[in-house]
Design a protein around this ligand. Structure first.
Ligand SMILES: Nc1ncnc2c1ncn2[C@@H]1O[C@H](COP(=O)(O)OP(=O)(O)O)[C@@H](O)[C@H]1O
Ligand SMILES: [Mg+2]
Length: 318
């Protein structure tokens, strides 16, 4: 009697339903023979039950216990909540009740993800490391302490500190951007230094960095190895993402490659994309992304990245 075929390995992709990057990753996993389980915790608990006990993790009526791998594209949970909707949409009459509900929810979701990892699922990347991506200055500090080149950086709500930083880096210019990411980088101008504008720092501190000149590379590292990279032309833009159409595959030299693999290892990431400026003084790390987008980059980059990532998520079985 013929033996029954091996069941397809199941791999979870944690992302909103309309995430085109998740579609790219999922398609590559399916091509490699995986059964892709799309997961999204936003509906928990109002419209979807999440259950964790000593033996299993279940989302709705589906067991997640046997997942071979789990790719974390977006988390949409944290405490304190990263999204206003995460408080607004909780059941509860008062803001306080909803806030408490968001905390309870974050606690169970985090436990579920940590438990999957303990049960042997390759979680890429572990939730705590993905959540720390909102601490962009802290990441730069960690990399700096590890001896890796990052831009001179300042996080502050003090107008005097901003004026002094601007004066010290006037030759190159100063970039400002959100401390927790998710915004556009802009160039600080002398007009930004007026009292009224800088008084806005009392509403929220900001991240300032020396502007690093040169083309920008996006270097993808999977399981300790550089697998592909693209170069972006930065001639007429501050934020290289305004020039994504210029992305071209680039061969990574040894210095840049080592810089990226060291940074990614130091941050404990299995998969990451490094934003690197190729300055006249050598490569400088702008940031390391633990849940990177992929669809904006050329097909050979996408293919190399998704192939390596698929192997990682399938535990070498692909
Ligand atoms: N210090 C800097 N020097 C030059 N360009 C920068 C600097 N910081 C940010 N940029 C530009 O802005 C873009 C976005 O900044 P980044 O730190 O990667 O944050 P995020 O991608 O999370 O918004 C970078 O890809 C780069 O093109
Ligand atoms: Mg970036």
């Amino acid at each position: 009697m013929p033996s029954s075929p091996e069941p397809s390995p199941r791999v979870g992709v944690l992302a909103p339903p309309n995430d085109p990057d998740a579609d790219v990753y999922a398609a590559a996993l399916e091509r490699a023979g995986a059964e892709v389980v799309r997961l999204w915790f936003r509906a928990v608990p109002e419209r979807l039950a999440l259950t964790v006990d000593l033996d299993d993790v279940r989302l709705g009526d589906r067991s997640l216990g046997g997942l071979r791998g789990l790719l974390v594209r977006k988390l949409y949970f944290s405490f304190p909540p990263a999204h206003l909707a995460d408080v607004e949409e909780r059941n509860g009459r008062t803001l306080r009740a909803r806030f408490v509900a968001a905390r309870e929810r974050a606690s169970l979701v985090r436990t579920a993800l940590l438990e999957l990892e303990r049960r042997g699922t390759t979680v890429v990347n572990p939730p705590d490391r993905v959540l720390r991506h909102t601490e962009k200055l802290d990441q730069a500090m960690q990399l700096h302490r590890a001896g890796l080149p990052v831009p001179p950086s300042l996080g502050t709500s003090d107008p005097g500190a901003v004026r002094a930083f601007f004066a010290a880096h006037q030759d190159a210019g100063v970039i400002y951007k959100p401390l927790s990411g998710g915004g556009q980088a802009a160039l600080l101008t002398p007009a930004d230094l007026d009292e009224v504008r800088l008084a806005q720092l009392q509403n929220a501190p900001v991240l300032f960095q020396r502007r690093i000149p040169g083309p920008e590379w996006r270097v993808y590292v999977v399981n300790g190895h550089v697998v592909a990279a693209a170069e972006l032309d930065t001639t007429d833009v501050i934020d290289a993402r305004d020039n994504l159409a210029s992305a071209t595959p680039v061969a990574v030299d040894e210095t840049t490659g080592q810089l990226c693999t060291k940074a990614v290892a130091h941050l404990g990431l299995l998969y990451a994309a490094c934003d690197v400026r190729q300055s006249p003084d050598g490569p400088v790390l702008l940031e390391v992304n633990p849940a990177p987008a992929i669809r904006f980059y050329p097909a050979p980059v996408q293919d190399a990245v998704t192939a390596a990532l698929t192997r990682l998520l399938l535990g070498g079985a692909a």
